[in-house]
Structure formats: C-alpha cells, structure tokens
Design a binder for this molecule. Structure first.
Ligand SMILES: [Zn+2]
Length: 603
C-alpha cells in the first residue's frame, strides 16, 4: 500500500462517514444503526445499513465495506484516489510523495481552487444562456425540441461570441489568469501575452464528477464556428479517457433501468433524455476506453450501443462493442441508417421508433459478425478466415474461460467452421498477443476492483461461517486472539482476507494500538477485506461466547487437516504411479499422523 497506515487512519478519522454516505443515501436511524435505499442496486425497501464506525453493508446486493470502499464504489475511484478525495474533504494534507509531484519553482494551482473556478464559470455560462446574449442559443435548443426542464437538468449554458467575456467576469470575481488557464477555460495568445476564452458562441455542456461538480466543459457551436464540438483540454480535474459525459445525471436511471445507453455526441444524449431515455452517456471527443467500461460496470452489466449510422460511427461502434464484450457486458447494438444519428433518429421516429429498433437490435456478437461480413464474403474460405481473425481479436482477451469457450462455440456456429479450428486460431492469436507483451491487459488487481456487487456476493459466500465467526470473535474480544490462534494457527485459515485481518490484529497489538476497524483496515491491503469486515460487523447475531468461538477455531483446524489429508492421498497415488518409493514412504507416514490428529481432535 502506498500510504503509511497512520495516514490512512488519520484520513478515516478526519471525516464523518454518516455525513458522506448521507449526501448520497437518505439514511434513517434504526436502533444503533442507520438504514436507507441502496445506491448500488435498485430496491424499494431499505437493506443498506451503516453503523457508527462507518461500516456499511447492503443485505440486498451484499456490497459493503468502509468509507473508502463507499467512495470508490460511488465515485468510481481506485483506492489511492479515494484516500485523496477523503483527505481533501477532511482537510488532511496528503504527503507530498503520494500526492502529485511538483516541479520546483512552478506554482501549482490546487484541485480545490480549480473546481472553485469551474463552479464560477458554470454559473456564468448558465446566466448567459438565460440572459440577452443567450436568446439565439435558446432558440437553437427549442428548434431541436429540447424543453426547459432538460436544459435545467443538464445545467446547459452559453458562451457568448466574445473573446474575453468569461475571463473578464472571472477576474472581476477575484480569480487570476493562471487559475483560469489551469482550469482549461482560457487559451494563451500566440504572442505569449494574455489569454482569451476557449469557448465562444457555443452552447455549453458542463461535465460533472461523481459528486456533481463541474470538472470541464464541452461546447457545441451554433454558428459557423469549427469544430462542431470543442472540449476542455485535460486538466488536473479532467481526464478524457476516464470521463463519460452525462454519467452523473444518468447514474440513477442506469441502475433502475438495468442498462446503459451509449451514444456518441452530447446532443444525442440530451435528445435521449428529452425522449424519455435518461440512462444515456457519451464519451468526450475520444474513443471509448477500458476505463470507461470499468466505470460503467459499477452501475450496470448491460449496454445498448447506438452510434451514428455512417461509416465512422459504425467503426467506432465496433471498437466500443469489442471493449464492452471483453469486460463481460451483455451488449445490444441499435444500427441506424447512414443519414441518422440518435438525435435525428428520435426526432424523425420518436421513442416508439427507438423501441422498435431496440427490439430488433443485434446482440454484440451478431453485430461484430455482421460487420466482418460487410468487409469480406463469408461464403468463401478466405472471407471466413479474415472474419475469424478480426473477431478473435476481441474474443481472445476475454479472461473468463467458460465465457470464452462459449463465444468460440457461437463463432464456429455462425461462421460454419469446425469449433476446433476456431480454438486453434484463438490459441495462435493468444500466442501472438503474448509476444506483443502484456500491453493493455488489466492486472489481476484492477479486475478485482471492477467487481460488480453480484460477484462480491459470490466472493463473500466463499468464506466459511466458522472463519467469519472467528473474525467476529477477535473483533469483539481482542483478548481471545492468542488462545484462538493456538487452536488454529493463521496458516490453517483458508480465506486470504480473514488471514490478512487476523495478521493485522497481531500488528496492532505489536504497535500498541487498539484492534478496531480503523486500525485493522489501515493495515490490510487485501481486496475485499473491508467488505468482509462490514458483513461480519453488521450481521444481526447474538453475543458470541467463548465456547462457540473455540468450536469455530477447532472446526477450522479440523478442516485444514482434512484438506491436507486429501492432498496427501492424491500425492500418494502419484508417487505409486511413478514408482517413487521413498516419497511414497514419507507421504504414507504423514497420512497416518494426519489421520491420528483428526481422530484426536474429534474427542
Ligand atoms: Zn445493494
């Protein structure tokens, strides 16, 4: 872990978890806990529970953890980012070696200040839209059938057709040129002296972070200005490859509808919302990335892709579908005729037209096969081979073996090729991929982070009841830990998270700090440890007595002996097969000892 445990714990104690969770979930006190509707799945009766330590657990979808995990899941952040975000809120300075590196002598505008500038700019643009200057822009929106409520929902604004309108307004409000530049709002003149407004004579779409704060702007020209869309440059608050336009506004609808609608442009997205499809998002002037898919996976595992009907749009759709399938999404593709984009299609055909197109939409794989068929003649062996190699490019990276095998079977069926030929070709592609060296393959760690609540459930169910109870015993009665460990030493515990948490308890003792949630989690890098901890702490169970704690420890020890016995028996078979008599003798001895121990532990 990149942070010293003391720092992580200081950040944890600097914030009020109930307040942070309360900003997102309406929580009501119930006894010693608070309950509310889970923000991670769609539910009508509250099963999301928080305790006074700031541990939370949803008994509906079994997501859970501490306040860092909550911020990670809610805002789509990795652990270090969540620590920084909470440090910011708690007013804890981030140690310089983990924070952004600073170049000596260069003054750095801090992220909070940049956001303050962006909030002021957001207000300015909105005022302009509803002022005298904005009449043309409002007319433009009205012509496209966008109603006032949608304009307000997305907080649309207008950048007047002037070179320094925004700049002068913000400088008068007390910001300096340097801050405006850091926020990406102005551009330096070529002479090097002075700056000018980046967005002019454009409808402005604010791009928001998971907390709803503006982090960048996108401008759609309403006059002659080129290009049609102009986005903020990348800044301390804005990374294009990780940001999706409309995700903040669409998040709840994505969860309640169970799928996300991916479109290409800001106007498409606004039109979708206008026509009753509020679950749409769009990438911003960049291709859809794996990071985008990872962000979406926290809210839904189903995606409908509806890109422009022209060649460029369809090619972009193909890349996007490939990424989504690789990340385990269930995908459907609505294909528009070449003259349409989602905005013009909705205006021409209405929402009924969309639903009709959706009901006839191709699955992701069928779309990929259609596209391959448009490039090559699938009736010829050569065409099949070409299609196969382009399709395998996205099938091979699928990490789940069962899923991959299924794709291969389906590919073979659709292309009418022998399955084993497809398997062979897949192995070739894979071998080539390995030579190209681990390019963008996600690491085991990042794929762990993107787990959806459903797979957390599977993960949590792998922990045996005895191991959970043992953990609970140590949390509720730290004084029992020594005795319990004598009965079942750490290496007899199968679950890595339980083991890591118990190891951390020993470190807490050694460091002379109390064995509590904060101190434990600050010492455990094991993924999912906080989810497990929250489950153990929030499960409704009666008090644990020494006898049942001891029985759990005995059970764990007994299990470990039986596991080892099974391994040894298997090895004995192997040793017999290869005729290794020495090994056979050793193993047989171990087997006897194990059997004796199991018998005596039953007494
Ligand atoms: Zn839930």
């Amino acid at each position: 872990m990149a942070y010293p445990p003391g720092f992580v714990d200081e950040v944890r104690r600097s914030v009020d978890p109930l307040q942070i969770i309360g900003e997102v979930v309406e929580i009501k006190r119930r006894g010693s806990r608070w309950v509310g509707l889970c923000p991670f799945h769609n539910e009508k009766t509250p099963s999301f529970t928080v305790n006074e330590e700031g541990l939370w657990h949803c008994f509906g979808c079994t997501s859970g953890g501490d306040i860092f995990q909550f911020v990670m899941d809610q805002e789509g952040l990795e652990f270090p980012e969540a620590v920084c975000s909470l440090a910011e809120r708690g007013g804890v300075p981030v140690p310089s070696e983990v924070g952004r590196s600073r170049q000596a002598g260069q003054s750095v505008v801090d992220k909070n200040r940049v956001i303050t500038v962006l909030v002021a700019a957001d207000e300015f643009y909105r005022d302009q839209l509803h002022g005298a200057e904005g009449a043309r822009a409002l007319e433009f929106l009205a012509k496209r059938g966008i109603e006032e409520s949608v304009v307000l929902h997305f907080g649309l604004g207008f950048a007047p057709d002037e070179w320094e309108a925004l700049q002068q307004h913000l400088v008068a409000a007390g910001f300096n040129e340097h801050e405006l530049e850091a926020a990406g709002l102005v551009k330096r003149r070529e002479t090097g002296k002075g700056t000018y407004d980046r967005l002019r004579d454009r409808i402005v779409f604010p791009i928001r972070d998971p907390r709803g704060r503006p982090v960048a702007f996108s401008g759609r020209s309403i006059g002659e200005g080129e290009p049609k869309y102009l986005n903020s440059p990348e800044t301390i608050t804005f990374t294009k490859s990780q940001t999706l336009y409309g995700l903040f506004e669409a998040r709840e609808s994505i969860i309640s509808k169970g799928f996300v609608l991916l479109v290409e442009g800001n106007f498409d997205l606004i039109a979708c919302a206008q026509y009753g499809l509020p679950n749409a998002v769009a990438p911003l002037g960049t291709a859809f990335t794996e990071d985008h898919a990872r962000k979406l996976a926290r809210f839904a595992r189903k995606a409908v892709v509806e890109f422009d009907g022209d060649q460029a749009g369809q090619a972009a759709a193909e890349r996007t579908v490939g990424i989504l399938l690789g990340k385990g999404f269930q995908v459907n593709v609505v294909r528009l005729s070449p003259e349409h984009d989602p905005d013009s299609f909705l205006r021409a055909e209405g929402i009924e037209g969309f639903h009709a197109a959706l009901s006839q939409s191709a699955t992701g794989l069928d779309f990929m096969i259609q596209r391959a068929g448009e490039r090559a003649d699938l009736d010829t062996p050569r065409g099949k081979a070409e299609a196969l190699s382009s399709l395998l490019e996205f099938v091979v990276p699928i990490s789940n073996r069962v899923e991959r095998a299924e794709w291969i079977t389906r590919l073979a069926e659709r292309l009418q090729v022998e399955p084993r030929l497809v398997e062979g070709a897949a192995a070739d592609v894979q071998a080539k991929g390995r030579l190209r060296k681990n390019r963008v393959r996600p690491t085991a760690e990042s794929s762990e982070n993107q787990r959806s609540p459903a797979s957390w459930k599977v993960e949590l169910e792998k922990v045996t009841l005895a191991e959970r109870e043992l953990l609970r015993a140590v949390l509720e009665h730290p004084e029992w830990r020594g005795q319990l460990e004598e009965i079942c030493p750490l290496d007899t515990i199968r679950d890595a998270r339980v083991r890591a948490l118990l190891e951390a308890a020993a470190t807490c003792d050694a460091d002379g700090v109390p064995v509590d949630t904060g101190n434990l989690l600050a010492r455990v890098a094991q993924k999912g440890a906080s989810a497990l901890m929250s489950l153990v702490r929030l499960e409704e169970k009666g008090p644990l007595d020494w006898d049942s704690a001891r029985n759990c420890a005995l059970g764990i020890y007994d299990d470990s002996l039986r596991r080892r016995l099974r391994e040894v028996s298997k090895d004995i078979q192997e040793a017999l097969k290869v005729g290794d008599h020495e090994l056979f003798g050793q193993l047989n001895k171990e087997k006897l000892t194990l059997a004796q121990r199991i018998d005596s532990s039953l007494l």
